[in-house]
Structure formats: C-alpha cells, structure tokens
Ligand binder design. Structure first.
Ligand code: F0G
Length: 419
C-alpha cells in the first residue's frame, strides 16, 4: 500500500494510503505527501545528470520523479506550464550579489497555481474524480477551471468572495466553463464553505490544503535551482497568503538537500501586506500561535487572507530554513509594482509584496550586502488592470504615468507629445 508515495500527518506521523481521498489526518492536522525516493531516484547523481537531457520536456515531466512519482504519465493533464523566466535585474540593485526574479506569472493561466494544478487535476484524473472544487482569491480558481477544462469529462466548481477579485480573474473560470459561485463573504468564509460542501457532496477539493497540489508547486524552487545550475542563492523571497506556496518551496528544497542534489540551504523570507498579516504577527511572537483575524482590503487581493490554512507547514519550513517574515505597506507594494512593471516585467500586486519585502529586508540589513537573492513573482500584472490604471491615474503616486486625453486635433497632439 505504501509503495512509492503515501500521506503522512505533519503532527502525529500517521500514514494513509495515497489512493484514498484524504486532506486531513484523523487528529485534525494537515497531511503531506511522502515519496520513497529510493524507488523513484535510486541514483541521485544520475537523475541530476539526466535532467539536462530532458530540457525539451514539459517541466512537470522533467521533474516528475521528485514531484510525484506515483502519477502515471498517461493521467497527466498539462497546459505546458513551467520553464518560466528567471530575470536578472542585478544591474539595478548593486547591493545584492545578484537579484533574480522568477516570474511564475508567465504560466498558461498567468499564475504559479498552474504548477499545483498539473499535479492536482492529474491526480483527480488518475483516481477517477469527475468533479473538482476550490475556494479562491482568483488564481487557484482560474488554474483549476482551465486544467479541468483540458481534462475529459471533468466538471469544476469555484467559490469566490463576491466583489473581491479582479474582473480578469473572474473571467477566467467563467470562460473555462466552471460553475462559478460568488459568495457574500471573504476568502476565509469561502474556504470554510468549500470544506463542508466537498465533504457533503463527495467532491474532490483542490485547495492547497490538498497535499497533492503542494507536490506540483515544489517545481518552482527546483526549476529555479536547475536554472542556476544548482548553485544555491542565499535567499528565496516569496509572498504569503494561505501559506501553501512557501510550504511547497521549503519541501522541494529540503528534498533536493536530502538527496544530495544541493549541499547548501538558502534562507526563506515570507512577505505579507500590512493589511493581511497573520503569519507576520505569529512570527513576531516566535510562532507561538496563529491568531486568525479578518483581513483588511488590500491591493494584493490574492493574499487578503486572515486564517492561512497551511500555517503549520509554513512554520515548519520557516524554522528549518532559518526564515523570516516581513510586512510591507500598501503604498510600498504599489510603488514597487510600478517600478518593476516599468522595466518591462509585468507583475501583480501580490508579487510586488515580495519585491517590496526584498527591498525592505535589504534596507534593514537582514539581507546582507552581496547576498544572492531570488524573489518569486506569483502572477502576471495583466490580471489586475484596474488596479494598475487607478495607480497611474493618481498623479501623486511615485511612478504615475497618467493617460493624456486630447481633442481630435493635430496641433494638440503635437503639444501633448513635446510638452
Ligand atoms: N500570489 C498570488 C498571485 C496568489 O494568487 C496567491 C494565492 C499567493 C501569492 C499566495 O500563495 O496562498 O500559497 O500563500 N492565491 C490563492 C488563490 C489563495 O485562491 O488563488 P499562498
């Protein structure tokens, strides 16, 4: 039963069959997927060498032996996600040894969620689940709906906090054919409902509390290190909402370390907005406890979360990687978003939280002069066009670039250009 992979509780270590649907342990805590790498990667050196022979494969296939060896190739539903750019922006930031931006917004549905959904929807396909559901702040739902649409005979249901996601994010599941339900609550309210309804109606839950999703998201850190020729940076910086992605990053890096593929551990910094900072508040109290609190409205709406589901996993990873958690203001995140957009790299406000956090940590001396840093950008700017236009229409904003509206007249046009 526990051949290649199994579920294991992160608290009491109880094991469960991977082929049975299970999201939480009987003790109530989170589960993680464990793989027997002696079977899938008996010779890590050889596996590492072989990766360079498989560069034309879709990323999920290339790294499958570490991501999810129990998934059979013919079950995989892919939209050719991955192989996202790692932009070097060091020329603008000489205090860093280097600063590179891993742009997960360059995935098929424009966010990192595709990395988890290739695993999640494929696993649903393998174990015969025909209806999948999630609660979302906009990106999980977009990805789940697209991957379910790509599968044969799979229906998807998304629960969204009504009025709290961008029009582009709302358009994604609607156009992919998902049953899209806006609920008059926030993300945390949707999360509570989706847990109850999936249990009641026997529907497969694809939020990141489903540990299968996390396995796919490990690819972000693993692929980054492959792009860096396995030279480990000093820091990874990542935005935190529900805390699934930071948990996945840590798990993937730990597994590489355990296999001897890398021989140094980076530090991890999780960044939140001041308007939704439960992880930061807990960090400040030595992670003694999580005090869920209602998240305030944030421009980084995808991480407007007051009760992060993967809190405990994230804390374990942050402790293991000597991590830190920092917060940034709404103005800081929007100004850094505009700055990065202006150098040709379009990012979402949630990604900008990580960029602003990177700069703050460098200013505070926590990221030291000469440190090599990879900051993870989680979604594309195009998903948030209203937020962008609103920022630029406000002349008092640092990088405002307001559209000039003129009469239909050549002379006025000339003046508009040369003034
Ligand atoms: N960045 C973006 C663009 C996101 O959509 C999310 C989460 C995060 C960062 C934070 O990742 O939750 O794993 O800590 N979005 C979820 C959603 C909650 O429903 O799309 P996390």
């Amino acid at each position: 039963m526990f051949d290649h992979s199994f579920f294991q509780c992160i608290s009491c270590s109880k094991k469960y069959d991977i082929n049975k649907i299970k999201y939480q342990c009987e003790c109530g805590d989170l589960l993680e997927v464990k793989h027997d790498f002696n079977i899938s990667i008996p010779d890590p050196k050889q596996w590492k060498a072989d990766l360079n022979k498989n560069l034309s494969d879709v990323a999920f296939f290339r790294y499958k032996k570490i991501l999810f060896p129990s998934l059979s190739d013919h079950s995989i539903i892919t939209l050719q996600e991955g192989d996202t750019p790692l932009y070097d922006v060091s020329y603008l930031f000489p205090n860093f040894g280097y600063l590179k931006l891993k742009h997960e917004g360059m995935n098929p549905t424009l966010s990192f969620k595709d990395r988890g959904m290739v695993a999640g929807v494929s696993w649903a396909n393998q174990i015969g689940c025909k209806i999948v559901a999630c609660a979302s702040t906009g990106d999980t739902s977009a990805a789940m709906a697209a991957y379910a649409a790509r599968a044969k005979n799979m229906k998807s249901i998304v629960l969204l906090p009504d009025g709290k996601i961008s029009p582009e994010q709302l358009a994604q599941p609607i156009s992919s054919g998902a049953l899209t339900i806006g609920i008059k609550t926030d993300f945390d309210g949707c999360m509570k409902l989706v847990k109850e309804i999936t249990k009641k109606l026997n529907i497969y839950l694809l939020n990141s509390m489903n540990p299968v999703r996390v396995e796919g998201q490990k690819a972000i850190g693993i692929e980054t290190l492959h792009q860096l020729n396995w030279e480990v940076p000093d820091w990874f910086v990542i935005p935190v909402g529900n805390a699934g992605n930071i948990s996945a990053l840590g798990k993937g890096l730990r597994e590489l370390f355990d296999l001897g593929i890398i021989n140094k551990l980076p530090r991890i910094a999780g960044i939140q907005t001041i308007n939704a900072s439960p992880m930061y508040d807990s960090y400040k109290m030595n992670f003694n406890e999580l005090v869920p609190k209602k998240a305030k409205t944030s421009k980084a709406s995808a991480i407007q979360i007051g009760n992060p589901v993967s809190y405990k996993k994230a804390v374990n990873e942050l402790k293991f990687f000597n991590g830190v958690v920092e917060i940034v203001t709404e103005q800081e995140l929007m100004d850094w978003k505009a700055y990065i957009d202006k150098i040709g790299i379009s990012i979402c406000p949630n990604s900008a939280v990580a960029v602003a956090g990177t700069m703050k940590l460098e200013k505070l001396g926590i990221i030291k002069k000469g440190n090599q840093v990879v900051t993870i950008l989680t979604a594309h700017g195009t998903k948030f066009s209203k937020t962008i236009v609103d920022y630029h229409n406000q002349s008092s904003n640092k990088y405002s670039n307001k559209t000039k509206i003129i009469d239909n007249d050549l002379k006025t046009l000339e003046e508009a250009i040369i003034s």
